[in-house]
Design a protein around this ligand. Structure first.
Ligand SMILES: Nc1ncnc2c1ncn2[C@@H]1O[C@H](COP(=O)(O)OP(=O)(O)OP(=O)(O)O)[C@@H](O)[C@H]1O
Length: 803
């Protein structure tokens, strides 16, 4: 591969060399060889005093100096055979640096005579000529050879690259020095000389250094031609390409495809990864245009280099396609970086690409999942986001990826209750947690989420994955299902209640008196309201009176009103509750607590629809519907003579007896859901429901306070539960008995006790636990303050600390 990457050439310092002009000396000699004139330079070059040089026989002077042997030999022959000559008279070919260039010019005399000769001397021994200097400044190793392949010059880079010095190699056959893999028949210089052309080897050549080590080199060789076009030798330059080869090795070791393009978008290299991905060999794609192989996905250019007309570009992970050898378009992820010139103009580019098929398949699989799925990194930034996630949240994948998940979901558990965080920190998955999110249009949505940590192969948590499901449909279905179990605000699927639900519409519209019986908190009040709401009187007054909460002495005037002067404080007439409810409905709660005297008056209202206010003899006619309720056993009260039987029968036209919650446990999950929904809306708290453990606890609880108790338990848990599912720890203290209490409780089995005894025990236990604080006891038991007061009286419970 012709590497696109510029080789990192190390600039090595060359030995400092002295540049000075050539020292030209001259000597003239007469026909006898005696020096007739000379200059100082010549004396210096010849190594004698200028005075001593004059009139000396030059040939005698140089006879013993090796570097002038050639001159000596020339002067030994007759001068008249001289033509103008230029001699290198140095101690050549031993290759010393004490070269001296000698020019001999015959001085002709009259006729054929010779007067003498001019001898010019240029000392090259220490002088570095500009040509030498230029050669030495080349980073490539350069050497020249004569026709016998003997080295005639060797530049400084060649010395550094091979470890040989010029002195050591000059005059020696090049193959004795380089011992390269191409020495012999493939020798670059000899081929260049023989073929009279430039030979280039870009790789697979290894030159051996003086110390025996080798290095890969690119080699270029050319013949050396003199001015008369004769080949006088050869020149070879070589370059250490270790770095290039290293880069190539690295590039080829990369699994990703790496392609380089020139400024015209023509492929100039194609690494092994690219070959493996596409099936094309480098030779097959070389010189082909970018758009022949690469195509873009919608909206982006396949060849941004061409499109931008020289403007540099830097693209990371852009979707695209590469046409493989079989003609298929493989999905790839492409990154492109331009190579620029000094003017910042793109002169080509490097493009890396990786096969995106698997990732795309995964994405397609994820996109085919109906649940929303997204992943986050450890910094809560979204790293993937499937199509269902787009649909549920209204966010586009491109916009969501890279954002903090809280910025996309705006869920109420974002922050310290984040499910992904919980799964990341605990390393355990979170399943089916219901939360609400705010979608891209600002609408709240209920979703159920499951979250798990994402772990790498060595077990480090690298992020999290969350799946979520739109609960809107489920919620609608649940509501539809729930509707079957509701009558107005009353929820129950118990068979007893379902039977009531069937007759209630008729009961409601019938205008008959209704007696609702049931323990405290079973929903008598709700039932009364539901009947009114379904009756023809629903838009008329509805007055509710808790007969047990009003002192007996005041109850009559409260119900029937009074005339001024009826008693000491009765300064003016006052209407009672019956008058207030005229035309509508009156709900007489705790009817079992009304005194005997009033029972007669009430019977009259029921029978004759008339009553007299306190202090008046005038009967008032009233059109009113009576709904009464009590948690007392009215029948027993009649038997005991505490309640008038005629009134009982008048009231008991329609009897609705609400079963205690412990007898309709199947309603517990429905009621839990109902209260969670109600408090979630009321308290704006993102609580999904109760955990399975809590549900089990509740299913086994006896609920002496019935539905009110359950309602209070859920309300209490809403205070403690920060979000998600209500856990056991969020339940009131009564659900966490201390060890002694727990053992006491188990030591006193409830079996064998009457219901009344159990109730007494429950109330006393709660009062003791709550240090006789009534509000807390009511909250724990889920009963009203009036009910608690009556129970205390009935069970004759006493606060030991009260005075
Ligand atoms: N079937 C039901 N569905 C939904 N909520 C109910 C149901 N029954 C009772 N409740 C709730 O339980 C609480 C107690 O109900 P209610 O006050 O009607 O009971 P009660 O029997 O009249 O109690 P008390 O005898 O102490 O007056 C109320 O807040 C009511 O909303």
């Amino acid at each position: 591969m012709n590497g696109p990457f510029i080789m990192q050439t190390t600039i090595r310092p060359y030995p400092r060399q002295r540049l000075k002009g050539p020292d030209i000396g001259y000597v003239t000699i007469d026909a006898d060889g005696l020096v007739t004139s000379c200059n100082e330079q010549a004396a210096t070059i010849l190594g004698v005093d200028r005075a001593a040089l004059l009139h000396t026989r030059l040939i005698s002077l140089i006879a013993t100096i090796p570097r002038f042997r050639a001159l000596y030999e020339r002067l030994s022959r007759p001068l008249h055979s001289l033509k103008n000559e230029q001699l290198h008279v140095a101690d050549y070919p031993k290759g010393r640096k004490d070269n001296c260039e000698v020019r001999i010019i015959r001085m002709p005399g009259p006729g054929d005579t010779v007067l003498g000769a001019y001898i010019g001397l240029i000392d090259r021994s220490e002088t570095v000529t500009p040509r030498t200097l230029a050669l030495n400044s080349i980073a490539d190793g350069v050497f020249t050879v004569d026709q016998e392949m003997k080295i005639t010059s060797f530049n400084a880079a060649a010395e550094i690259l091979t470890g040989w010095t010029q002195e050591e190699v000059l005059g020696r056959p090049c193959k004795a020095i380089f011992k390269s893999s191409i020495c012999g028949e493939a020798c670059a210089v000899s081929s260049a000389i023989m073929r009279n052309e430039r030979i280039y080897y870009d790789r697979n050549v290894h030159l051996i250094r003086k110390d025996g080590t080798s290095f890969p080199a690119s080699i270029s060789a050319s013949p050396l031609i003199d001015t008369e076009n004769r080949i006088v030798g050869g020149v070879e330059s070589f370059r250490d390409i270790s770095d290039t080869i290293k880069s190539d090795l690295i590039i080829n070791a990369i699994a990703e495809g790496v392609v380089t393009f020139d400024a015209h978008g023509i492929i100039t290299s194609f690494n092994r990864g690219a070959q493996q991905i596409t099936g094309w060999s480098e030779a097959e794609v070389m010189d082909r245009s970018c758009d022949e192989l690469f195509s873009a996905s919608e909206g982006v250019s396949a060849c941004p280099l061409l499109e931008r007309k020289g403007e540099p570009c830097h693209i990371i992970d852009q979707d695209g396609f590469v046409t493989d050898k079989d003609g298929y378009n493989l999905p790839i992820l492409v990154s492109i970086t331009s190579m620029v010139d000094a003017n910042n103009q793109a002169i080509g580019c490097v493009q890396t690409f990786r096969d995106n098929t698997e990732a795309l398949q995964k994405r397609l699989i994820l996109d085919s999942v109906a649940d929303g799925v997204f992943t986050v990194d450890r910094n809560w930034r979204i790293t993937s986001f499937n199509m269902a996630a787009e649909v549920i949240t209204g966010w586009e994948r491109e916009d969501a990826i890279g954002r903090f998940c809280s910025d996309v979901f705006h869920s109420s558990i974002c922050g310290k209750n984040c499910a992904v965080a919980e799964s990341l920190y605990t390393g355990r998955p979170v399943t089916n947690r219901s939360i609400t999110i705010v979608d891209a249009d600002g609408k709240s949505k209920s979703i159920s989420i499951s979250a798990s940590p994402l772990v790498d192969i060595v077990g480090n948590v690298i992020g999290g994955v969350e799946t979520f499901r739109d609960l809107s449909v489920e919620e609608t279905l649940r509501k539809q299902l729930l509707q079957r179990y509701t009558f107005d605000e009353i929820i129950s699927k118990s068979p007893a209640m379902q039977r009531y639900f069937q007759i209630l519409p008729d009961v409601a519209t019938s205008d008959s008196t209704v007696l609702i019986l049931g323990e405290s908190g079973t929903g008598k009040g709700v039932m009364a309201e539901a009947i009114v709401n379904a009756s023809t009187r629903k838009d008329k007054p509805f007055i509710s009176v808790n007969c047990g909460a009003i002192p007996e002495t005041l109850l009559e005037s409260e119900l029937f009103g009074y005339r001024s002067g009826a008693f000491t404080d009765a300064r003016k007439d006052r209407e009672g509750r019956f008058a207030a409810a005229a035309g509508g409905t009156i709900f007489l709660d705790e009817i079992g607590d009304i005194p005997h005297s009033l029972q007669v008056k009430l019977l009259r209202v029921l029978e004759e629809h008339v009553y007299e206010p306190l202090g008046s003899n005038d009967s008032i006619k009233v059109d009113i519907r009576v709904i009464a309720a009590t948690n007392r056993d009215l029948k027993r009260a009649v038997e005991k003579g505490l309640f008038r039987d005629d009134l009982y029968y008048r009231l008991n036209v329609v009897n609705i007896t609400l079963p205690p919650l412990r007898d309709r446990r199947e309603d517990i999950p429905l009621l839990v859901d109902h209260f969670v929904d109600r408090f979630r809306a009321e308290k704006k708290k993102d609580i999904a429901g109760v955990s399975d453990e809590v549900m089990t606890v509740l299913m086994h609880h006896d609920f002496p306070g019935n539905i009110r108790e359950l309602e209070n338990i859920i309300e209490y848990a809403f205070i403690l539960c920060p979000g998600g599912f209500i856990q056991k720890g969020h339940l009131p203290d009564a659900f966490h008995p201390s060890e002694t209490e727990a053992s006491e409780a188990s030591a006193t089995p409830k079996a064998g006790l009457t219901l009344e005894q159990i109730e007494r025990q429950a109330i006393l236990g709660s009062l003791q636990r709550n240090k006789w604080r009534k509000m807390m006891t009511c909250r724990e038991l889920g009963i009203s303050k009036d009910t608690l007061r009556r129970k205390i009286e009935r069970f004759e419970l006493e606060d030991p600390l009260a005075d």
